[in-house]
Design a protein around this ligand. Structure first.
Ligand code: AMP
Length: 212
């Protein structure tokens, strides 16, 4: 199976699509999750990045890259990369790392969404520590039992950076950095753009088609 790099504004549905791919045997690598893990562990990295993440700004390329490199070096399954690269510099770092690790079989999927739609989703988003993501207000994404994860039964929580102020910074930061990343992968013939208005199921079908 081809590896996947997801590039999408926050709340575009990467988590939902990643969960579908995980059910097909993929490993989900999310740099945001890895950083949140460091914060929960109260590690040196966690303490350094907590306030930056809370504000919606980007953590330094080097910190995220080191965490990611460790993970990718030890992986032996097809993977979904979610949240990296977020800058052109990160895309170049990743390209070098892929070369070192002999990874060439991948596609880049860009999920396109407007700020208004993404904000509405973010303000209703609930997540589980197992990685599953739900919505308080979009019917198709509500959990079966309010506040409880369908998959593992744990309590759902709202991410602390899913407030309007932080979300707008995250969205804006993403947009400012993304155009050169898109061009970078377009020039390698790796970029596929999918409109999120298609809805969860059609997006999943398109992704399967791309990864064939
Ligand atoms: P996410 O879970 O992907 O929305 O990421 C949450 C936050 O983690 C972001 O707003 C950034 O502060 C930080 N983060 C995650 N991935 C990266 C990255 N590749 N580069 C810099 N910061 C990142």
């Amino acid at each position: 199976m081809k590896n996947v790099i997801f590039i999408a504004p926050p709340s575009a549905g990467k988590g939902t699509q990643s969960a579908i791919l995980v059910d097909m045997g993929y490993v989900h690598i999310s740099t945001g999750d890895m950083l949140r893990e460091e914060i929960n562990k109260k590690s040196e990295i966690g303490l350094k990045v907590e306030s930056i993440m809370q504000s919606g700004k980007l953590v330094s390329d080097d910190i995220v890259y080191e965490l990611l490199k460790n993970k990718l070096t030890n992986i032996n399954k097809s993977f979904i990369l979610d949240g990296f690269p977020r800058t052109l510099n990160q895309a170049e770092m990743l390209d070098k790392l892929f070369k070192e690790l002999n990874i060439s079989d991948y596609e880049v999927i860009y999920l396109d969404i407007t700020l208004e739609d993404a904000l509405e989703r973010a303000l209703g988003r609930l997540t589980c520590e197992c990685g599953a993501s739900y919505s308080k207000n979009i019917k198709e994404f509500k959990p079966k039992v309010e506040g409880i994860c369908d998959k593992c039964g744990k309590k759902l929580i709202a991410r602390s950076d899913d407030n309007e102020e932080s979300f707008k910074v995250r969205f804006q930061t993403f947009m400012e950095n993304t155009l050169p990343i898109k061009e970078f992968y377009e020039s390698k013939n790796k970029l596929h753009i999918i409109d999120t208005e298609l809805g969860k199921d059609k997006i999943a079908l398109e992704i399967k088609e791309i990864l064939k």
